[in-house]
Write a protein that binds this ligand. Structure first.
Ligand code: GDP
Length: 198
């Protein structure tokens, strides 16, 4: 698939306001600062695509991108929370919309979950994995900023996360990723192709 052709479609605050639930889409989730925008930008080879999602007012929205003109193939940027500066009531509201989306979106084929390789499996990540598990949704984990560790340490981190998620190995795949070094891009593309073309 031509990921370079990705372009912004629309933003939605709730499941009800999402575009038509037809075709196939893949969603990206991660705690704030996990490297989600950087990853989306290198995966689509566009410098500013995910900036759309960082526009003030859009950070709490579900942002949709189409692959070129084909509205039936979409990448979805889910709101990353973790910025503590919002009241708990707002956080709960985001959580509800996220859960709603993951639980009811029929066209959703898989979830890419991004975690900083140095701090994997945060509470946010566990929550997302729990929801995915309930739906038997397949998840592809990117251990991001792999360049921050020496190669041996990065491999150890990968093995460790793999063993911690062994009980979910049927649903979960994991790889190292670095937007900075453009490491792991082909592997992600192959996973996205699998989901979007099947
Ligand atoms: P988001 O909040 O999940 O969208 O995260 P960003 O993509 O904005 O990245 C958060 C911070 O991590 C920024 O300062 C990025 O420059 C940095 N970052 C993102 N990806 C990488 C990477 O692959 N390597 C390194 N060293 N830093 C990265």
């Amino acid at each position: 698939l031509n990921y370079q052709a990705a372009r912004f479609l629309t933003s939605a605050p709730t499941l009800a306001q999402c575009p038509a639930d037809t075709g196939a889409e893949v969603a990206f989730a991660g705690r704030s600062n996990a490297g989600k925008s950087s990853a989306i930008n290198v995966l689509t080879r566009q410098k500013a695509l995910a900036r759309t999602s960082k526009t003030p007012g859009r950070t709490q929205l579900i942002n949709f991108f189409t692959l070129g003109d084909d509205i039936e193939l979409r990448l979805v940027d889910l709101p990353g929370y973790g910025y503590a500066k919002v009241p708990d009531s707002v956080k709960l509201e985001w959580q509800r919309h996220l859960a709603d989306y993951l639980q009811r979106r029929t066209s959703l084929r898989g979830l890419v979950l991004l975690m900083d390789v140095r701090h994997p499996l945060t509470e946010f990540d566990q929550t997302m994995l729990g929801w995915a598990d309930e739906q038997e949704m397949t998840v592809h984990i990117l251990l991001t900023k792999a360049d921050k560790l020496k190669s041996g340490a990065a491999k150890n981190a990968l093995q460790q996360v793999r063993s911690q998620l062994r009980e979910w190995e049927d649903l979960v795949s994991i790889q190292l990723f670095s937007a900075l070094k453009k490491q792991g891009i082909e592997e992600v593309h192959a996973r996205l192709d699998d989901w979007l073309l099947s």
